[in-house]
Design a protein around this ligand. Structure first.
Ligand code: GDP
Ligand code: ZN
Length: 460
């Protein structure tokens, strides 16, 4: 893959007025470009003569014009984010001042960086692998504590390590067989299939273990798809409002719909609930609310979690029984709401019909919410999520490549079973390596790399 040698620059901080803004320059001319526009109060000071990883106070000037007062960070490769010489100019964070500094840098020979180009260079220079590069974006876009922790783990190389281990074992076998085929007099691989089968088995098990985390991984990353169902007036809206409490809710407008809010993310103790169809609940006051059965029907299929709210002061009726029937094979939690009042519905009444957690809550008084949060974690993550040695596959691309690698390894086993000649083994061993290499970036085409980095933000 081609590694551009030119020097790139971009604004690396958000484009809104803030305390400071950072313009990052990377490439072989980074220092000489900075030198042309940086002016130290000490007239004799030359940037090019300064040590790496030092900070310098001064001004950026475009010819005779003062552009901004800055702190300039000088970092020489290879110990930089991109692996190249890098200068970061900390200027005042007004939109105009950051733009002017960038303009000045561009006028003196840098090219505007494309989205993700700094990280792409880090990848192409071998500073990080592709899974780590992808983790950079995941860290930036993390929606909850667990997603952040998992992405940081991936950034440190958790996925890379697992893949390297499996890939290494397969490569070793491939190399061994190939050398035996080249040199049959010295290396005898008669009956090798049996040993190979054990090793391939072992790798398939490791892949399966990784794949088995993908479901949870997706829920960590994107949130647990949750829907609130229940008859009118039981307290669905109150519950949603309580869970969403001002500072917790991240409301996203989904484009292309006439209803205002269709999806919002609620953060609880490190995990996210992606609430489905909240417009129906929020707007209930002016429209006849869909009865719970309809909502349950509509969402029972695509929701990961159903919160079924019951007014504990009202005896159960046929509607309740219909809803329970619809959700009985789903991950659901029954909430006996209005527990602050006298209750006529008891847990036992429901336990006999529905084998799911049943909690007493009061949406009005805010009772039972912590228990609800803990119950959700138990249901989906067996309690606490530990990131000490756990790796969660959160990236669809990684999942697909793991599945491909697994298929190739199955073909190896098939060839062993059918007593095929050894060179049949190597074809599929190599394919498995290729698939795993897509995750780390060892075997990916330029198009895919470009596509991955084009989704990054500019300046990263
Ligand atoms: P929805 O139709 O299911 O969305 O129900 P709402 O959230 O609109 O609530 C219906 C009524 O029940 C409102 O008057 C709420 O104030 C009341 N309510 C909701 N939760 C509780 C609760 O936990 N305790 C009590 N006492 N009233 C509640
Ligand atoms: Zn409502």
């Amino acid at each position: 893959m081609r590694l551009d040698e030119d020097t790139i620059a971009a604004i690396s901080t958000a484009m809104s007025p803030s305390g400071i803004g950072i313009v990052r320059i990377s490439g072989s001319d980074a220092v000489s470009i900075a030198e042309q526009i940086y002016h130290s109060p000490n007239r004799n000071k030359k940037l090019s003569g300064q040590l790496s990883h030092t900070i310098h106070y001064g001004w950026i000037k475009d010819g005779d014009d003062f552009v901004d007062e800055v702190l300039l960070m000088l970092m020489r490769g290879p110990h930089t984010y991109t692996g190249e010489d890098t200068v970061e100019i900390n200027c005042h964070g007004g939109i105009l001042s950051v733009k002017k500094v960038l303009e000045t840098v561009i006028n003196h020979g840098a090219r505007p960086a494309e989205p993700g180009e700094f990280t792409k260079r880090a990848f192409l220079r071998g500073r990080i692998d592709l899974s780590q590069a992808e983790a950079v974006m995941d860290v930036i876009s993390a929606k909850n504590d667990y997603a952040l922790k998992n992405s940081l783990g991936q950034l440190k190389g958790s996925v890379l390590e697992k893949i390297k281990d499996i890939r290494g074992a397969i490569l070793y076998e491939d190399a061994y067989i190939e050398s035996a085929l080249d040199d049959p007099e010295h290396i005898n691989i008669d009956g090798y299939g049996c040993k190979l089968k054990n090793i391939v088995d072992e790798q398939i098990k490791k892949i399966d273990k990784l794949l088995s985390t993908a479901g949870e991984g997706k829920m960590i990353q994107e949130g647990i798809k949750t829907v609130i169902v229940g008859k009118p007036n039981v307290g669905k809206s109150s519950l949603l409002n309580l869970l969403a409490g001002e500072e917790k809710a991240i409301v996203t407008d989904v484009a292309g719909t006439t209803r205002d809010i269709l999806e919002e993310t609620i953060n609880l103790q490190g995990i996210s609930l992606k609430m489905l169809d909240t417009a129906g609940i929020r707007e209930a006051s002016d429209k006849v609310e869909q009865i719970g059965v309809e909502r349950a029907k509509k969402h029972a299929k695509d929701a990961d979690l159903i919160l079924y709210v019951i007014d504990a002061n009202v005896v159960l009726d046929d509607n309740d029984r219909d809803i329970m029937e619809l959700i009985c094979d789903k991950k659901s939690i029954v909430l006996l709401n209005k527990s602050d009042l006298d209750c006529v519905v008891e847990k036992e009444d429901i336990e006999s019909i529905l084998k799911v957690p049943i909690l007493s809550v009061s949406a009005k008084k805010g009772l039972g919410i912590e228990e609800l949060e803990n119950t959700i974690k138990d249901l989906f993550f067996n309690g606490e999520i530990s990131f000490n040695d756990e790796v969660y596959i959160t990236n669809e691309r990684h999942k697909k490549s793991l599945q491909d690698a697994r298929k190739s390894l199955e073909l190896v086993e098939e060839s062993i079973r059918l007593n095929m000649p050894e060179d049949f083994f190597t074809i599929d061993l190599v394919n498995a390596c290729e698939s795993l290499g897509e995750i780390t970036g060892e075997s990916v085409g330029e198009d895919l790399v470009n596509e991955i980095f084009s989704k990054f933000c500019t300046g990263k």
